[in-house]
Write a protein that binds this ligand. Sequence first.
Ligand code: SF4
Length: 514
Amino acid sequence: MPKLPDDLYRRWLEAVFPTPALHEDFIPPERWLQQVWRHQRLRRELLCTIDGEPVRVLHPGFWNRGAGPDFQQAILQFGEAPAQQGDVEIDLVPAGWRGHHHATNPAFQKVILHVIWDARHDAAGRPALALRPFLDAPLSELAPWLQTEAPRLLPDNVPGRCAAPLADLTHDALEGLVRQAALARLTRKASEFAVRARHAGWRQSLWEGLVGGLGYRHNVWPMRRIAEITGAGGTPPLADLLGAQARLLGLAGLLPADLPARNGDYVRALWDRWWRERDHFHGSMLPSGIWRLGGLRPANHPHRRLALAGHWLYNMLPGEGFDAWLADSDPHPDVSEALHRVLGIPSDSFWDHHWTLGSGPMLQSRPLLGRPRLTDLAVNAVLPWLLARAETGADPLVRRRIEERYLEWPAGEENAVLRLARQRLLGGRRRCLPRSAAMQQGLLALSQDFCAHADARCTGCRLPGLVDGTFGGRQTDENGRGEPAAVGGGAGPQPRLSAESSRLPPSGGVRNVP
Ligand code: SF4
């Protein structure tokens, strides 16, 4: 075999990530600016706004790759003012603020700093900072790192104070802790179903839980409202499936006023049905602006979710089907497949081939209810609802069976909330936790119960102290081994707050932006 050229790999990288010509007027791509801010590759002691006010970054915030500001929960101090918590938005040029409609988007109300590349004026109506004068190295030096390493490196400001003590737990201790957090979350959701059932009945509470679950994550409340209206008695009988879908889409305010260029016949058929009963629901229709559509993946679009709920509405979703599924002591080897048969939908001639009312045909057909959504519905609605009902009976075996189903449920899709929880609590590393929905739910529970009550610097959070106080520092497993739990992907240095972070003042003066 011929000898490899010494610079082969470097040349590959240069071919894949060519460094642009960095002339004086070069404007870097926005993703470079995000990485500079995320890793704080700045001469931080010199930072000031374009108006000359000093800025101290107590925490840069957490990188948001979805809709909304680029960094959330940042903690900044302007001049001598008290530190404040809010979001940071990054645009290449000042005009990006208006050009991207941030000024009128409620999601950007909490932005406390507009970061741009290089300008002396900004019209965002809030403090602005130009990055270019404060880079900690020339852009020509930073460019290769920004292109290759920066996006996948976890900045040391992200792992929380609990990450180090949690990393010291044995595998069993960590798994047990996360499992308990998951079960606490299940119990909490069950009690919410029980409360709702007291007022609306078991069937209605399930209907609202399922339809609300379809709104995850930004449209839960509009979906729940639709479920409240359609579950109430006295609604006109439905003639067919299309009528059920038309009712839900019409109530949602999501039937287009003008027939779209594509799928005009289908939308016209929906309107034909909605016209007939629109008066009945007069006063209950939701304004279309209530839906958050920005940044949604096509599979999560409310059009599609309501079309799915239309099947359940038309077919009178059977609560007994869930009881039978639970009572089956030996369901299909894949427990989720068995539930899919209860909730599933045979096929839909339009929605198996279209993401939204206005989209063209898909290259490959997709079922309305896929596995990721089924997992969300199982752990957030079906199992908590069954548990709530089981609590009214006297059979402890039923509760145990529900918990077993919950704990063995296969893992669902990762999402931004889960990813951040993993980064903050586990330092971004994939500990050898089982790949299960319960482990995901447990991490979400810890994040909700602890992170949601602290700021980005973990100020005042009691979890690190509880872990240390309970497990007493470095753990040994039952065999007396002193190694912490195995770490998937290789053990790196223990995540600790940077020296700078740990010097930061207490957050007594931090205030949230209303
Ligand atoms: S707020 Fe608490 S639970 Fe969240 S990362 Fe910080 S120390 Fe951990």
